[in-house]
Design a protein around this ligand. Structure first.
Ligand code: SF4
Length: 247
C-alpha cells in the first residue's frame, strides 16, 4: 500500500499548534518542514521568527530557531547568514511585522542582496492583536480600526511590498502563493523549495509571500475565509512568480 502521509522530522505533530481553527499558518509550517526534510537540511537550518501568531513556531519546528524584535528579523538573518554561510536561513514574518514595523529592515536587506529567504505570511490584518488594519488590508475590508471598510481616501492603499521588493537588483527570486486549495498549496511548497535552493546556490535575496487564512481576524468561518481569499484577497495580491533572476 502506498504511504500517503508521513510525519516530518522538521516539525512534530505532537508539539503545540497555537492557532485558531482554520488558520493557514499551520499549513505554512507543515510545508516549510516538508521542504527542509526533502532537502535533508534539518541540522543546517536556522529560522528567524518575527512577532505574530506564528511566533510560537519554535516549539513546533524541530531545528534551530531564534526570535527577533518586531520587524527586525531581516537584520538578525543577515548576521546569522553572514556568520554561518553554509546554513539555510529563513525568516518567517507576518505582513504587519514585515510591511509595517519592519519596512526599512526588509528593503535594505533585499537591496544588499542578503542570501537568506523571507517567508511573509500575509493575512491582511494584525491577527495576533485583534485583527485591526495592516498595510496589506484590502480596499473595503472591514476591521476593528476600519469598521466601514478600508477607504483609500482615509487609510491609503494596500502595500504590495512583494512587488516593491521584486524591483530591487539584490532580489533574485520573488513569488506570491496562496494556501486556499490543494493545487495552490502544492505550488506554494514548490515556490518555498525553489527559494531555498536559490539561496543555497548563493545568488542573493529570495522571498515568498504566502497568503494565509485568518478566520478570527476576518470574522469569517474557515470555509468562508478560503472563499474570501480566492475571491477578494487574491484580486489585490495575485499569485505567481514575480521575479526569477537568471543564474
Ligand atoms: S488570529 Fe488569525 S493568524 Fe492568528 S492564529 Fe487566529 S486565525 Fe491564525
Amino acid at each position: 500500500m502506498d504511504q500517503v502521509f508521513k510525519q516530518t522530522t522538521s516539525a512534530a505533530l505532537k508539539s503545540r499548534y497555537d492557532y485558531c481553527a482554520g488558520c493557514g499558518h499551520g499549513i505554512a509550517v507543515r510545508l516549510v518542514a516538508e521542504v527542509i526534510d526533502e532537502l535533508g537540511l534539518r541540522g543546517q537550518t536556522v529560522g528567524i521568527l518575527g512577532v505574530g501568531c506564528y511566533s510560537t513556531n519554535p516549539v513546533t519546528f524541530n531545528f534551530d530557531c531564534q526570535f527577533a524584535l518586531h520587524g527586525r528579523a531581516p537584520a538578525m538573518a543577515t548576521a546569522v547568514k553572514r556568520l554561518l554561510p553554509d546554513r539555510l536561513v529563513f525568516t518567517m514574518q507576518g505582513d504587519g511585522d514585515l510591511a509595517a514595523i519592519g519596512t526599512t529592515e526588509i528593503v535594505h536587506a533585499a537591496t544588499r542582496g542578503e542570501r537568506f529567504t523571507v517567508l511573509m505570511l500575509n493575512n491582511a490584518n494584525f491577527g495576533e492583536t485583534g485583527g485591526h488594519m495592516a498595510p496589506t488590508t484590502v480596499i473595503g475590508q472591514r476591521t476593528p480600526s476600519t469598521p466601514n471598510g478600508r477607504d483609500p481616501e482615509i487609510h491609503g492603499y494596500p502595500t504590495r511590498i512583494t512587488e516593491m521588493l521584486a524591483l530591487l537588483d539584490g532580489a533574485k527570486y520573488v513569488a506570491r502563493v496562496a494556501l486556499d486549495k490543494p493545487a495552490n498549496i502544492m505550488r506554494a511548497k514548490a515556490a518555498i523549495k525553489k527559494a531555498f535552493e536559490i539561496q543555497l546556490s548563493g545568488q542573493g535575496f529570495t522571498m515568498v509571500e504566502v497568503l494565509t487564512a485568518c478566520p478570527s481576524g476576518w470574522r469569517l468561518t474557515p470555509v468562508e475565509s478560503l472563499k474570501w481569499m480566492s475571491e477578494v484577497q487574491m484580486k489585490t495580491y495575485p499569485i505567481g512568480e514575480l521575479k526569477v533572476a537568471a543564474s
